[in-house]
Design a protein around this ligand. Structure first.
Ligand code: CAA
Length: 246
């Protein structure tokens, strides 16, 4: 049976690897992007086609409940019901707390955490009714241990796992699993945006002495999306090169 997977933030650094990996594993994959990224999404789709992947793209502002509802309906019309949802859309607005403005707090909570409600809420009842579903929330090592300059991001990422644990209990008896993956530092545009000195000092503190490649994160998501992970729910899977162990 071909599973239908939606990856929010699907054209981003980690999102791209998740999409191609799930496509390799036989899923029909839809990559969500922000409505303002229409040109980038068209180029992204063409690049994936050149690599041999047919991955659909869909615009949707996941920080808006109404636009998320519209997007899920459009996917249902084009492809059918979503079996696998990967909540991967996320942003950073790093600032020491004394300099952090309300807008930077709100943007990160809205895009990284409220989006998880906005999108999951649209697919949840259908998954319960059909007796199968996989929700995978992409959090961060910094939601587990906190990070200097990321009070907003760490709060949102920790909140994602609270959501995971609560929802996992509601889905457990119905074949719907909910899990978190907490990547460490991954080589993407998001980590490249950090100052070089800061980045190098972070890398020197990682026991593996390197950042992750996006494919190394996608491998964990592929497992959680698969039928083999059926007995795993409410978990928080760290993929962080040893940066945080607990
Ligand atoms: N611990 C303690 N003190 C630190 C520190 C740390 N980790 N990092 C910086 N400081 C100190 C500096 O030494 C400096 O001290 P003094 O004022 O005494 O000289 C002070 O903090 C600098 O404070 P400022 O308010 O002036 O900060 P800034 O504007 O220079 O930079 C920052 C602040 C932008 C947050 C910068 O520290 C930074 O980029 N930090 C990295 C944040 C980070 O890890 N982001 C991850 C992005 S990737 C991602 O989020 C993906 C993921 O999931 C992992």
């Amino acid at each position: 049976m071909t599973r239908i997977a939606l990856v929010t933030g699907g054209i981003g650094g980690i999102g791209t690897s998740i999409c191609t990996r799930l496509a390799k594993d036989g899923c029909t994959v839809i990559a969500n992007h922000h409505p303002s990224e229409a040109d980038a999404a068209a180029a992204w789709k063409a690049d994936r086609e050149a690599e041999g992947f047919r991955i659909d793209t869909i615009a949707g502002d996941v920080s808006s409940f109404d636009d998320s509802a519209r997007m899920i309906k459009e996917i249902a019309d084009r492809h059918g019901n979503i079996d696998i949802l990967v909540n991967c859309a996320g942003i950073t607005r790093d600032k020491t707390f004394k300099k952090m403005e309300l807008a930077q707090w709100e943007a990160v909570i809205q895009v990284n955490l409220n989006s998880v409600f906005n999108v999951t809420r649209q697919v949840w009842e259908g998954m319960l009714e059909r007796g199968f579903g996989r929700i995978i929330n992409i959090s961060s090592v910094n939601g587990q241990r906190g990070q200097f300059g990321q009070a907003n991001y760490s709060a949102a990422k920790a909140g994602m796992h609270g959501f995971t644990m609560a929802l996992a209990q509601e889905g457990a008896a119905k074949g719907v699993t909910v899990n978190t993956v907490s990547p460490g530092y991954v080589e993407t545009a998001m980590t490249l945006a950090m100052d070089d000195t800061v980045r190098n000092s972070i890398i020197s503190g990682i026991p593996m002495r390197r950042m992750a490649q996006p494919d190394e994160i996608a491998a964990a998501i592929a497992f959680l999306a698969s039928d083999q992970s059926a007995y795993m729910t409410g978990a928080n899977l760290p993929v962080n090169g040893g940066l945080f162990m607990h």
